[in-house]
Design a protein around this ligand. Structure first.
Ligand code: SF4
Ligand code: SF4
Length: 77
């Protein structure tokens, strides 16, 4: 299984929550006690070990706040 990591730009995030619902692994949540410079909650991946690098979160984000970095395992193209 491909693994990856999400880089979420908290300053671009407006806290809409679309990525939270789009992640099949259910590992994204909006911040509860932290806010960005605009005073908005922002998305965070709370269990990066389970990220499959499927890109669903990055594709659905209307603000291009998420970048998914895919780790290529040994033996994979
Ligand atoms: S790349 Fe896929 S598994 Fe990883 S956080 Fe985004 S939606 Fe979830
Ligand atoms: S979809 Fe984008 S703007 Fe919306 S909560 Fe997720 S990262 Fe933030």
């Amino acid at each position: 299984m491909s693994r990856g990591r999400t880089d979420i730009d908290r300053e671009r995030c407006k806290g809409c929550g679309l990525c939270v619902g789009a992640c099949p692994e259910k590992i994204i949540a909006l911040s509860k006690e932290q806010f960005n410079a605009q005073g908005l909650p922002f998305a965070q991946c709370f269990d990066p070990e389970r990220c499959t690098a499927c890109q669903s979160c990055a594709i659905i984000c209307p603000d291009a706040a998420i970048r998914v970095v895919r780790f290529v395992a040994a033996g994979e193209g």
